[in-house]
Design a protein around this ligand. Structure first.
Ligand code: GCO
Length: 423
């Protein structure tokens, strides 16, 4: 730990999301979301955070973090995705945010972490331009009620994952496999982001940024064809969500797949940001597609690295590579690692401690290379519902027994507490 030296004002946090921890899907007037009945495994009670939030905030206070990144559940605030807010939903988040503030922890809020109200999805979801405007109305409600306590706002969590996993390959809700015909959902999310930034700022938001999922893209070989495939994947996974907000332009190779009138929305999308949030987990590798391949690239497995129980390759230096690349590519506002973490079993989790330590060293190296990084959030405080993988992958610093809902801090919890306390 001796080499993990960070400035005294560096912001240490943990992240979660509403659908993955709250549970109580039918309590307090909450409406159904696109994830409630999607897939083989349903979240159900999750970690029952809806009832146990005070216990979880006490764990964060014990951990000594300065910030907590949570998300609001759109279907808890607007059960049908439109219209007047649901008072019970507002009251729950009032209780939660008051508890967080009373513990001296700074609330960082994501307005949307994939739990689209079912009524909105039935009306087209992110394939429909209108959803961006519904989302802006929802963001205005959040700003009106919570801008007095939330210090950092993130309109959308990882729009890339929603587009690619939700609409292009169908692994996540809503389960559509449209391949490149899914790309209008990226534009509508980018538009929703821009409109929400305007609404949140109008409501007095202290600061607004992103939580985008980014990866360095490695070509499978040095061949021209593989490098071209990697460039295309880089545009799809990174440029499609970073470029419009940071440069006011889309990667040109993607324009044929985006709505014809998308350029008209770019001024709204390119709202100046107070911070740029990055979620980093692993690099990606691309090769030229085989004969008649449906896409201008093929994914290749990343080999030769240790792996998590969620089968993700552990590549800490990929984080330094990504941040330095973005630093050279964009005029970045201050950067926060809004998510980084890994899945390993057990309360005794030396692999997680090693993972976090090596990613923090890579983060330190990126800072030494000139990247203005101001904070780091571990994914996640608690073991929780890992989307279509259900409850098997465990990402928490705190173990959760899903039978009893008993919380047990892991060895990594003690390790992170020591780190953030500068001891
Ligand atoms: O990055 C994501 O995919 C999401 O933001 C989280 O909801 C995941 O649970 C986490 O990343 C682990 O995969």
């Amino acid at each position: 730990m001796e080499n993990l030296i960070f400035p005294p004002e560096f912001l240490w946090g943990v992240s979660t999301s509403a659908f993955q921890i709250e549970g109580a899907p039918r309590e307090g007037g909450r409406g159904l979301s696109v994830w409630d009945e999607f897939g083989a495994v349903h979240a159900g009670a999750a970690t029952d955070h809806y009832h146990r939030y005070a216990e979880d905030v006490a764990l964060m206070a014990e951990l000594g973090v300065g910030a907590y990144r949570m998300s609001f559940a759109w279907p808890r605030i607007q059960p049908e995705g439109t219209g007047r807010p649901n008072q019970d939903g507002l009251d729950f988040y009032d209780r939660l945010l008051d508890e967080v503030c009373a513990a001296g922890i700074m609330p960082v809020a994501t307005a949307y972490h994939w739990d689209t109200p079912l009524a909105i999805e039935d009306a087209g979801g992110w394939l429909a331009r209108d959803t961006a405007f519904r989302f802006a109305e929802y963001a205005a409600i959040l700003g009106e009620h919570f801008a007095d306590r939330v210090r950092m706002w993130i309109p959308l969590n990882e729009p890339m994952v929603t587009t690619v996993y939700g609409y292009a390959i169908g692994e996540y809700a809503p389960g559509k496999a449209l391949l490149l015909d899914a790309l209008p959902t990226a534009h509508h999310q980018n538009l929703a982001h821009g409109l929400a930034v305007q609404e949140l700022r109008a409501a007095g938001a202290a600061s607004v940024g992103t939580a985008n999922h980014h990866s360095p893209i490695w070509p499978a070989s040095d061949s021209e064809a593989d490098r071209a495939a990697a460039d295309w994947l880089d545009a799809l996974l990174n440029g499609l969500f970073a470029d419009p907000g940071l440069t006011g332009r889309y990667p040109p190779e993607l324009l044929p797949y985006l709505p014809a009138n998308c350029a008209g929305d770019l001024p709204v999308i390119a709202q100046p940001l107070d911070f740029y949030g990055v979620n980093y987990y692993e690099p990606q590798c691309a090769a030229a597609p085989g004969e008649g391949g449906p896409l201008p690239f093929e994914l290749r497995p990343i080999e030769g690295f240790p792996r998590t129980t969620n089968d993700s390759p552990i590549v800490p230096d990929g984080l330094r590579e990504l941040l330095v690349q973005f630093h050279e590519r964009y005029d970045l506002p201050p950067v926060y690692l809004t998510e980084n973490g890994c899945s390993f079993d057990g309360v005794h989790d030396p692999e997680r401690i090693d993972f976090l330590a090596r990613h923090l060293s890579a983060l330190r190296a990126a800072m030494d290379a000139g990247v203005d990084v101001r904070g780091y959030f571990v994914w996640s405080l608690l073991d929780n519902f890992e989307w279509s993988k259900g409850y098997a992958p465990r990402f928490g610093l705190v173990h959760v027994d899903y039978e009893t809902q008993r919380r047990t801090p892991k060895d990594s919890f003690a390790w992170y507490r020591k780190l953030v306390s500068h001891d």
